[in-house]
Structures are given as structure tokens and as C-alpha cells.
Design a protein around this ligand. Structure first.
Ligand SMILES: [Zn+2]
Ligand SMILES: [Zn+2]
Length: 298
């Protein structure tokens, strides 16, 4: 018998791919546009979260987006944390002071309420960022915003911190959000969620299980495991299949395990067993991308 290997694939359950962003602002905090305009800017999205700073904006305006999430961005001067579906009661005696104790309390109350917490723009060194040691001290949060659409490539991507958490054995998912404040920041980065149906509960359920990926325009049709091999089916159709793709398989500490390029619609990686985890990034020629969650190799 060969070496025993277990590959934990979050992309097992079937459903429909739904598109949405959880982290966006309105005039209720420092966004430029009122809620009803933000809804229009996100026309075509399946779900949308509004996360004004230290406030819960109620979804009162008319909208076509089928599913909306109440959210807030806990915004101390040091670090920011997104709470999706927090209980409104967190605003009683509210303080955004950054202590692990205070932030942990917000995380736990939100999880109890059927929501989740995401540590956002962890590398925004010019203002609000996360020290890795604080990220390790906090528990029970679901993920890290590894792609923030604000638009500064030096500060708005954080694959390094995600890899550091994953490499130490923390099971946290990667999120992509616009963090939109002004016109032109909408629809840059989002999450594609494989949900049973388009409801708050089904989306949170899929997100909690890691059955989603980050997109800036390209995507995955599905990711399967066949024996010890990870099979990545890239989004495919007659037009896309003619285009050049760059697929990278990353493992522990962000190490590049394999690169596969070509006018392909599938890429495979045979696991050796010592990867810790494998996550996949794909770029379509032109730069549109998608980033998978990790598949843990145990
Ligand atoms: Zn922020
Ligand atoms: Zn924000």
C-alpha cells in the first residue's frame, strides 16, 4: 500500500455559482453614494453586503439584487475587521478600540448570530493593517481579505499573510471584495459562491465550508479530486477556450508547486503528500483572474 493521503476539497457540494461582494460603503459612512445608487452600481450581482464603518446600514432602499447582507466594518485606527450578519446588539455600548479581547468578542457574537468575520486589507501599511501576530492571536474568524479592490497593488493584496496562516495550520478562507467608496471601484473583485440556493443561509453555509473562490473576471467551473490528483476545470466556453491561461499551484509558505500554461481548459496537479495545502491561481490573458481556496493535504 502506498502512502495514505487525504485531500480535503471544499468544492464538493453542488449548486449554482453566485456572484457577490461583502465589503462596500455608502454615504452612511465615507462612501460617496447613497444605498440606492450602490445597489444600481452592483446591478447583476446575486448578493451584496453593505459594511459601513462602525455602523449597520439597513437595507431599506428599492433594489433588484436578490440577496443582501447586513454587515459592518469595525474600524479602529489600527485594524479593520468585516462582520457579515452581525447581531444589531453589538452596537450597544459599542467601541471600535483594537484589543484582541474586543475584536474577539465581535467575532464570536457574529458567529453566534449565523454570520462570519473577515480580517480586511491586512497589508494596507499606510493606514489600517494587521500585524501577523495579532492575526494569530484572534480565533474563530472565517477568513482574510486577500484581494481588496481599492486599487493599490502594493497594499491591497495579502496572499503572503494568508499563506502564513495556512502554513501554520489555520484553516481560513480567502475573500475578494471591492471595498468600494467611489465611482469606478465597483465590480473589481468579488466572490463566486457555489450555493444550494440564493438565500442568506445557503450563501453563508457555502462560504463557511469554503465552497467559493475569488474572482476579478475569470473563474473555475469546478475543482475535483481524483485519487491524489487535483483536477481544476477552468471556466470554459468557445471563446474562452481560445485564450491563453496561466495556472499556478501554490503550497505551504506560498511555494510554487507547479505552473501550467496554454490554451487549456483543465489543469491537474498530482499531490505528493507533504504540501500541507494546495491553492490555485489562474490568469486569463489580459489579466482577469481567479483564486481558489486551499485544498488541505493531510
Ligand atoms: Zn477598511
Ligand atoms: Zn472598507
Amino acid at each position: 500500500m502506498g502512502r495514505q493521503m487525504k485531500i480535503v476539497n471544499p468544492y464538493v457540494e453542488t449548486g449554482t455559482w453566485l456572484r457577490g461582494s461583502f465589503h462596500n460603503h455608502t454615504t452612511n459612512s465615507d462612501g460617496w453614494f447613497p444605498l440606492e445608487t450602490v445597489y444600481k452600481m452592483y446591478g447583476g450581482y446575486d448578493f451584496l453586503g453593505i459594511s459601513d464603518h462602525d455602523k449597520i446600514t439597513e437595507h431599506v432602499s428599492e433594489r433588484e439584487i436578490p440577496t443582501v447582507f447586513e454587515a459592518t466594518e469595525v474600524s479602529s485606527p489600527q485594524t479593520h475587521m468585516l462582520l457579515v450578519k452581525p447581531p444589531r446588539s453589538i452596537l450597544e455600548n459599542y467601541s471600535n478600540e483594537f484589543t484582541i479581547e474586543n475584536y474577539q468578542r465581535f467575532v464570536d457574537l457574529t458567529v453566534e448570530n449565523g454570520g462570519f468575520a473577515v480580517l480586511v486589507h491586512p497589508n494596507r501599511y499606510f493606514s489600517n493593517f494587521w500585524n501577523l501576530e495579532d492575526m494569530f492571536k484572534l480565533e474563530n474568524f472565517l477568513g482574510v481579505e486577500v484581494y481588496n479592490g481599492d486599487g493599490n497593488p502594493e497594499y491591497d493584496i495579502a496572499f503572503d499573510k494568508w499563506d502564513a496562516l495556512l502554513s501554520s495550520g489555520r484553516k481560513v478562507w480567502g475573500f475578494g471584495n471591492d471595498d468600494s467608496h467611489v465611482y469606478g471601484q465597483e465590480k473589481r473583485a468579488w466572490n463566486m459562491v457555489m450555493a444550494k440556493e440564493n438565500t442568506n443561509e445557503a450563501i453563508v453555509d457555502a462560504i463557511t465550508k469554503g465552497n467559493f473562490y475569488i474572482s476579478t473576471g475569470y473563474g473555475f467551473d469546478g475543482i475535483q479530486v481524483d485519487g491524489n490528483t487535483i483536477v481544476v476545470n477552468l471556466r470554459s466556453n468557445e471563446l474562452l477556450d481560445k485564450m491563453y491561461k496561466y495556472v499556478t499551484f501554490f503550497g505551504k509558505d506560498g511555494q510554487v508547486l507547479q505552473e501550467t500554461t496554454g490554451r487549456i481548459k483543465q489543469a491537474t496537479y498530482a499531490c505528493k503528500g507533504d504540501e500541507g495545502y494546495v491553492r490555485i491561481a489562474v490568469y486569463l490573458e489580459g489579466g482577469y483572474s481567479a483564486f481558489s481556496q486551499p485544498l488541505f493535504v493531510e
